[in-house]
Design a binder for this molecule. Structure first.
Ligand SMILES: C[S@@+](CC[C@H](N)C(=O)[O-])C[C@H]1O[C@@H](n2cnc3c(N)ncnc32)[C@H](O)[C@@H]1O
Length: 340
């Protein structure tokens, strides 16, 4: 993806809005600079883009956040259909007449299908060409705007309460958005035996829609610092904390890097195990390292991981005590304490 994307970003950058999801991270991890604006749903990408792009918008693909129109919107297509349809719909709202929506991606990204859908929605001819291993689709918005029906984006922008989540709010665009993760449920099941003191400060690292924090909050009076890399997760978690009157803050970070040192009594975490690009380094290690830094002396952490993640071994680099406290259905829960 990088070669074509890089080339497209160099053409007329001042008129371009780059929609950057995780597909774009590899390009920003190098020394690439872009003279246009960038919109991303990921905090780590927003940080990488600092000082290398003109303006950065960190939002859950809310294209209206830019508050202006563009002659070009460039979208390396997302595999997730609801996201792709949402971005295509909203691009039509912020493109100037005759402005172009450029889609690029490999065959497996679904770009051929998306190119057909944009053509129907805009009311223009389907445009798709191959460039090396990648495809490019350039679609001009008619002077009269998009003439067709908006694509079905599963109401992407809306948070909704879900029965499957015991009424918690969630939405497409975040991890396992409409179900409780088996590992997280196993971790929450251990909370009763490992409760911190009343009033304790608890970090929910990689909070998603806030399942772990909400479960723990039901068992006592704690102050939460919930953090995630994903804008949709932060919005959902903030909504759930407000709805359930859970005390605390919801704040973006990359693996907890912005959290205050020596500030928490307990950390709860189900870390992501998708590693993405190599440049991300080992996310599990970064989660562990930051948790060790953020915990007060005497603080502890509860982690759940898929059993094939060697968390017990990795954690020994940061913690003196590493106990496996539960194991079920392919998941392991560890209790970590004390500096290594
Ligand atoms: C396995 S999910 C757990 C979500 C939630 N805690 C739960 O139990 O349902 C991992 C979470 O980590 C978040 N995440 C991924 N990379 C991250 C990063 N670099 N920094 C912070 N959070 C990240 C994901 O967005 C996702 O919400």
């Amino acid at each position: 993806m990088t070669a074509l994307l890089q080339q497209l970003l160099q053409e007329d950058p001042a008129e371009t809005l780059w929609i950057a999801d995780e597909n774009s991270k590899a390009l920003l991890a190098g020394d690439f600079r872009f003279a246009g604006d960038l919109l991303t749903n990921r905090w780590d990408i927003a940080q990488l883009a600092r000082h290398r792009t003109r303006e950065i918008f960190f939002s859950d693909f809310d294209l209206a956040a830019a508050k202006k129109t563009y002659r070009r919107v460039l979208f390396p297509v997302s595999k997730e259909k609801a996201v792709a349809h949402h971005v295509i719909n909203r691009a039509a709202d912020i493109l100037a007449p005759q402005g172009q929506l450029l889609l690029c991606g490999q065959k497996s990204s679904g770009i051929k299908t998306y190119a057909g859908k944009v053509a129907q929605y805009f009311g223009c001819a389907k445009a798709l060409r191959k460039s090396g291993q990648e495809y490019l689709s350039i679609n001009a918005l008619p002077d009269t705007g998009a003439g067709g029906t908006r694509l079905d984006d599963s109401d992407y922008a809306q948070l909704r309460p879900l029965e499957t989540l015991d009424g918690l709010y969630s939405k497409p665009g975040l991890f396992g958005w409409n179900k409780v993760d088996t590992g997280s449920a196993l971790l929450a099941h251990q909370f009763g035996d490992h409760l911190p003191e009343s009033g304790a400060r608890v970090v929910d690292l990689g909070c998603g829609y806030g399942y772990l924090g909400s479960q723990l909050a039901a068992l006592g009076d704690f102050h939460f610092i919930a953090t995630d890399n994903n804008a949709a997760a932060l919005a959902a978690c903030a909504r759930n904390f407000a709805e359930r009157e859970i005390r605390g803050e919801v704040t973006p970070s990359d693996a907890g890097d912005r959290l205050e040192s020596n500030s928490a009594d307990l950390a709860i975490c189900n870390p992501p195990f998708h590693q993405g690009f190599q440049v991300e380094g080992d996310l599990t290690d970064r989660f562990l390292e930051n948790v060790a830094r953020v915990l007060k002396s005497g603080g502890r952490a509860l982690f759940v991981v898929n059993e094939f993640i060697p968390l017990g071994r990795k954690a020994r680099a940061y913690f003196a005590t590493v106990d496996l406290i539960a194991r079920d259905r392919g998941f392991c829960v560890y209790r970590l304490a004390g500096p290594s």
